[in-house]
Ligand binder design. Structure first.
Ligand code: FES
Length: 320
């Protein structure tokens, strides 16, 4: 048994001027899920506590919330380990979505972004599937989905994403992982259009922080699929905007000397016109740390770096 101490976010916009935290202490088995504890609080202490849940088995995705500042499913997060790590259990609603009441958020922004990527097969009406026929995929084709079909749309990734917080127009990790799933589906006939439609802000706003992958309770690994989409977008369209130019420039920059030339990267990313726009910032950097703007000397062992590039550019079985 563990003596669990909860601090639960409470906010009723009809009554409260501002959110506050209520504290509860309960004795319970260490393996008790946080969701079960909250339901106990609701039935034994405070029937007004509002939360969303359904399956209680990590299947429906309804119970995502913040437990000790991490976006998690409350039904699969156990009380004991949280108490051991933090000495208390702070429960808050998901981030990046407006709170409706207590732990319930308005998921409209999350679902709006999902709808935008058209999460269904787009077929060419000029080539309709013959009636009664199926369009099976090979096991190798199914493998290209990676773990994306496991997604339960719990929005934990959306809650954890700093790019969503900074730019509400960013689709978010779940929508992009779903987009990836349709882009690699051989039955879908809008691959290129999907990739072009999602750029520029839709893809390159991702900060590569991997917090979505850390938050995902189903190991969908959205950040890895966003990386794949970026690579595909460069293959389809080339490096046509700041985000993709930065990625390609960074790679070429390191290939050249084995170390980053910051000034050159700014030019590779923004072009001469962009550099002029950043002149003031450049002068401030130069005054504080002039060495940053100097061309670095090639590192020792540059040959080894170039061997890595050669291996990445021409993986085994892919002749140079
Ligand atoms: S209640 Fe369904 S995932 Fe937690």
């Amino acid at each position: 048994m563990v003596s669990a101490k909860f601090e639960v976010y409470r906010f009723d916009p009809a009554k409260d001027a501002a959110p506050h935290y209520d504290q509860y202490s309960l004795e319970m088995a260490a393996h008790t899920p946080v969701l079960t504890a909250l339901l106990r609080i609701r039935s034994e202490v405070d029937p007004s506590l509002t939360l969303r849940y359904s399956c209680r088995s990590a299947i429906c995705g309804s119970c995502a919330m913040q437990v000790n500042s991490k976006s998690r499913l409350a039904c699969e997060t156990q009380v004991g380990p949280e108490m051991e790590r933090n000495g208390r259990i702070v429960v808050e609603p998901m981030r990046n979505q407006a709170v409706l009441r207590d732990l319930v958020v308005d998921q409209e922004p999350f679902w709006r972004q999902y709808d935008k990527i058209q999460p269904h097969l787009i077929l060419d009406p000029r080539h309709p599937m013959p009636e009664g026929k199926e369009n099976p995929m090979t096991p190798a084709q199914v493998e290209r989905f990676h773990e994306t079909p496991r997604c339960i749309a719990c929005a934990a990734c959306f809650s954890a994403c700093p790019a969503v917080e900074a730019d509400p127009g960013f689709p978010g990790p779940m929508a992009l992982a779903k987009l990836y799933r349709f882009v690699v589906d051989p039955r879908d006939q809008a691959h290129q259009a999907r990739l072009l439609a999602i750029q520029p802000g839709g893809l390159w706003t991702c900060l590569r922080c991997h917090l979505c992958t850390e938050a995902c309770p189903k190991d969908v690994r959205p950040s890895e699929r966003i990386r794949d989409l970026k690579e595909m977008a460069i293959r389809v369209q080339g490096a046509t905007e700041n985000g993709s130019r930065h990625a390609v420039g960074f790679k070429e920059n390191i290939r050249e000397r084995g170390v980053l030339s910051e000034a050159k990267l700014v030019r590779q990313t923004s072009g001469i016109a962009g550099m002029v726009g950043q002149l003031g910032q450049g002068v401030r950097i130069y005054r504080k740390k002039p060495e940053i703007l100097k061309s670095p000397h090639p590192i020792e062992g540059l040959d080894e770096v170039r061997k890595i590039y050669a291996a990445l550019d021409h993986p085994e079985g892919d002749p140079p």
